[in-house]
Design a protein around this ligand. Sequence first.
Ligand code: SAH
Ligand code: SF4
Length: 411
Amino acid sequence: MTVSLDIAAKNTNAPAVVVAELPKLIAEKPNLVGLSRDEMIPALIEAGVPERQAKMRVQQIWYWIYVRGVSEFSDMTNLSKALRGDLAERFSLDRPEIIEEQISVDGTRKWLFRFPPRGAGAPVDIETVYIPEEGRGTLCVSSQVGCTLTCTFCHTGTQRLVRNLTPEEIVMQLLVARERLGDFPDKETPPGTYVPSEGRLVTNVVMMGMGEPLYNFENVKQALLIVSDGEGLALSKRRITLSTSGHVPNIQRTGDEIGVSLAISLHAVRDDLRDELVPINKKWNLEALLDACRNYPGASNSRRITFEYVMLKGINDSLEDAVKLVKLLKGIPAKLNLIPFNPWPNSPYECSDWEQIETFAEIVNRAGYASPIRTPRGRDIFAACGQLKSESERMKKADREALETAQSVNG
Ligand code: SAH
Ligand code: SF4
């Protein structure tokens, strides 16, 4: 089946839309993508692999999935034909459907992936964004469909939580993006060879797509440990950044158990304003948040915590705010990322004036903090920060309410 999305008909300045061939949408068999090595061993034994061979087979399969990016067991040429057949009967490596692939005038790409239902649920649609820059390429990965939090400036926050993504769905965003970008080594690479990271198109991963990753901690952890596995996708933990709106207990766990770089969505320097903009602040306030940052395992002057600050005209962009910000960050190995507000339909804010952003940045810079102003990317395809919002069907009302209560900022 072919999906045709004729965006150009609605908008004459529309960016390129690539129409994708859709594979069938079935998930009858468990997918091997997203399993840890420890989970894969018993799965293979159950499929008939002799116990003494299981570890070696995992090593081989891991190479095919994550180094070579294959999506068919028949391509795993150093496994016997019989084993390939057994694996294909029991497991899948199926990719999600690519519902839409849009390419911005600035080269940014946005995909809408559709994953099959989990259990009795409905399929979910997930957005992933690729941002090419001089010398690097960043993939912005989603951790949830929707979000339980309701930050007032964020489009995702207007979509209630549909569900947490599984490790498979998180890792798959990187596999399919690399596949679409032609970012896997060619077929000549011999089995068992680990490919160096130089020359890759996706050099960095940021957990800054839809959702709050620290409200889906276990799945995000498993996915990022797979993404950083040195004999697979092999992305350095320094090149993976997890962004949180401020789930304090899981910040410490992120440092201890995942070890990736940290970004904090700060956005306000006073509790009363932050309570309004980033409601998780009512549960963990600025003091608790900044304490967690001070103690973040692995943070140092050579590995700084990024503080994101969205510039909202007349709301959080005064020069007093800039001075207070510098005071708050004292003692934390920090860098600042000023994000011009990206509007979305009926959004209640305006972006600060450019001059104001520059003066704000100057105050912070003078205090010794690098504070680049993030250039909005992919605005024409609605791929910029805070603009993602898929239209997935919601999870069953009762299940959603249970999750929302568990993640309630007032609880
Ligand atoms: N939930 C996580 C990660 C996803 S949001 C978090 O909040 O950190 C990624 C970043 O985009 C966050 O810093 C978020 O505050 C910012 N953002 C959200 N909406 C935005 C908008 N409309 N314009 C600019 N940045 C926005
Ligand atoms: Fe959720 Fe982050 Fe958006 Fe807040 S900014 S609503 S935490 S995705």
